[in-house]
Design a protein around this ligand. Structure first.
Ligand code: ADP
Ligand code: MG
Length: 615
């Protein structure tokens, strides 16, 4: 019997391997764009016909190839980018497997024109189904042009599997956007069926974002930067109000390579927690820089997935970077992006927009209480002066006990004026009043401030509780008649697990018998008539948020307690209470938004008021 095993002919082996690299027109475009970038191009033009099914052409002004290299480029594993297996760990260029051109040439009709600047003549190579049809000298501009025609012309089954033109075009635009974002200094154009879709001049990242996603983004970008010894994060996030219901404009790059990471996406969402609705997705374009030896980019053939050797640190840095940017965001509302989209340099921010990057810490110190202790922000100082008294508010309809907080001295003027713009400050002119027992209206030197009392109070309490949880030192008030709360087995389990956090918040709780707890004390700042109700409500709220939002435990507890204990719409407030509330709001780290991403206040500038009257 004769032997059965044969080596596959190269053309078939190439076709099979091509399946990995070229799944659709967009994946070929990605490879061609990356080659152009690797070649040092400063201008890259893309021409697409029939969503790439008929033609994808990438023209660059990069370094070009010699005739021999041009021929070699189509050989499998031919690459100029690595020489040994060690190099694999220090890859900075895009391509490195030397597979792309060979794969593309196996499943399409390819025409390559290339010339190095110093050569007189260039090279033309025509190749289809891995077979070189023609190679000759040609007069051509410096750089390289690769045309890929009739993708899968020789693999009808795969051609039939291509999606409709709109779908394939969407993939093409996606790939184009990713590369264009990563290289804002390179000029790009994208033509489809002779229509120009993008014309992007080389420039700053902010310009590139606006060029790709539209003018609306000009006023929505917040710079984001966090530098640590392990990883640097730089880029832009969208303001919370620009978040969208559909996921989409979210980009992570690691060492300038686009990656998908639901883990890191979670870090960003987590940082936006409380600022946007749970079903909204924030915009972001974030670049991580990390020593290539700490990552493995080769876990997936199309290379959009990545492994970090220290995922948790990367997560923490990303989250901190975004939180930081959001926190600083209320400090810079006066920053007018429309004046100049190109802040300065790609990363070089205007001193006014600089976000506490000069804060000194190493990446290990994220979220540690020490950090806060060492740097008490304005609002922490504010609380030092707050006295608490309780009295019955006779004027309120339901005769509910109302907390009176005496307004401390102007300890918070600084944070107010940061928020309101340097020239204005919150002037207490004695003209603070309530509308519908729902909104607080306060006069400022530059207009009117309208505050949603419940949203504002929730924000204040949330930040306070979060801080208490971090410092584990929430003050407690003793229950006069400690109630026993019977719990379901599930709730008992939950509460047992939350004991340390509940104690940090100021709950004094101990297990009582089989499935009950006794509440000996509750947080000092909460007006309680019924400790049991407060506690049960808190657990209920905690479970709700947990289902809805999958929050981190502490965030959830802080939110839940804030929601349960905040003052409500319809509650009448005294002058002093209104002032205190407004003062405390602007001492918050994130005063602009309530817990559901709703606004806490709006400003009505004098100029707008004038304009109502045509002045
Ligand atoms: P890789 O990019 O992984 O090295 P490719 O198959 O994409 O593999 O390309 C093979 C080689 O061809 C590259 O290493 C490079 O030397 C050369 N090459 C490809 N495209 C270009 C281009 N646009 N300009 C200059 N050289 C190129
Ligand atoms: Mg390549």
């Amino acid at each position: 019997m004769s032997d059965l095993i044969q080596l596959l002919p190269d053309s078939i082996a190439n076709q099979i391997a091509a399946g990995e690299v070229v799944q659709r027109p967009a994946s070929a475009l990605k490879e061609l764009l990356e080659n152009a970038v690797d070649a040092g191009a400063t201008r890259i033009q893309v021409v697409v016909k029939e969503a790439g099914k008929q033609l994808i052409q990438v023209i660059d002004n990069g370094k070009g190839m010699t005739p021999t290299d041009a021929r070699m480029a189509f050989e499998r594993h031919a690459t100029s980018k690595i020489r040994s297996s060690e190099d694999l760990f220090s890859i900075r260029t895009f391509g490195f497997r030397g597979e792309a051109l060979a794969s593309i040439a196996a499943v399409a009709q390819v025409e390559l024109k290339t010339r190095r600047t110093d050569d007189e003549l260039g090279t033309l190579i025509q190749i289809e189904g891995s077979e070189v049809r023609n190679q000759e000298p040609v007069a051509t501009g410096p750089g390289t042009s690769v045309s890929m025609k009739n993708l899968f012309y020789n693999v009808p089954a795969r051609r039939n599997f291509l999606k409709s033109n709109p779908v394939e075009m969407r993939h093409i635009v996606e790939e184009f956007q990713r590369v264009a974002l990563a290289y804002s200094e390179i000029s790009f154009t994208l033509m489809q069926n002779d229509m120009e879709i993008f014309q992007l001049h080389g420039g700053k990242l902010s310009q590139r974002i606006v060029g790709l996603f539209g003018k609306n983004y000009q006023s929505q970008l917040v710079p984001c930067e966090e530098l640590t010894p392990h990883v640097n994060v730089k880029g832009y996030i969208g303001k919370p109000e620009s978040a969208k219901k559909t996921r989409g404009e979210q980009f992570f790059f690691v060492n300038n390579r686009f990656i998908k990471s639901s883990y890191l996406n979670h870090a960003v969402s987590n940082a936006f927690e409380g600022l946007i609705q749970p079903d909204q997705h924030p915009f972001y374009v974030l670049f991580l820089e990390i020593d290539p030896s700490h990552i493995d980019i080769n876990v997936h053939p199309t290379k959009t997935e990545i492994k970090f050797d220290d995922e948790r640190t990367v997560y923490a840095v990303v989250r901190a970077a975004v939180k930081q940017a959001l926190g600083a965001h209320h400090v810079v509302p006066a920053l007018d992006f429309s004046i100049d989209v190109n802040f300065k340099d790609k990363w070089d921010q205007d001193p006014n927009t600089k976000i506490a990057v000069d804060r000194e810490y190493s990446y290990k110190t994220f979220n540690t209480p020490e950090l806060k202790k060492a740097n008490p922000s304005g609002w922490e100082k504010l609380f030092e002066g707050v006295q608490r008294t309780v009295e019955i508010d006779k004027s309120s309809n339901d005769e509910e006990e109302t907390e009176i907080l005496t307004f401390p001295s102007r300890a918070n003027t600084e944070s107010e004026s940061k928020l309101l713009g340097s020239s204005e400050s919150l002037e207490n002119t004695g003209t603070t009043f309530q509308v519908e027992n729902n909104y607080i209206v306060a006069q400022m030197s530059t207009g009117l401030l309208i505050v949603d009392q419940q949203a504002a109070h929730e924000r204040i309490l949330y930040e306070r509780y979060l801080r208490q949880l971090k410092l584990a030192q929430g003050p407690s008030q003793q229950s006069l008649f400690p109630p026993v709360v019977e719990l379901s087995p599930g709730d008992f389990e939950l509460v047992s697990g939350l004991m340390p956090e509940l104690h940090s918040l100021g709950f004094m709780i101990s297990v009582f018998g089989n499935q009950a707890v006794v509440i000996q004390g509750v947080p000092a700042d909460i007006q309680v008539r019924n400790e049991k109700e407060l506690f049960e409500g808190l657990i209920e709220q905690f479970k709700n948020f947990k289902n809805e939002l999958s929050l981190e435990t502490r965030e959830n507890l802080a939110r839940s307690l804030a929601r349960r204990s905040s003052l409500k719409r319809g509650q009448k407030l005294k002058d002093q209470e209104m002032e205190t509330l407004v003062g405390q709001l602007f001492a918050c780290q994130n005063p602009n938004y309530g817990l559901s991403g709703n606004k806490t206040f709006v400003k009505l500038d004098l100029s707008s008021i004038h304009s109502f009257f045509g002045k």
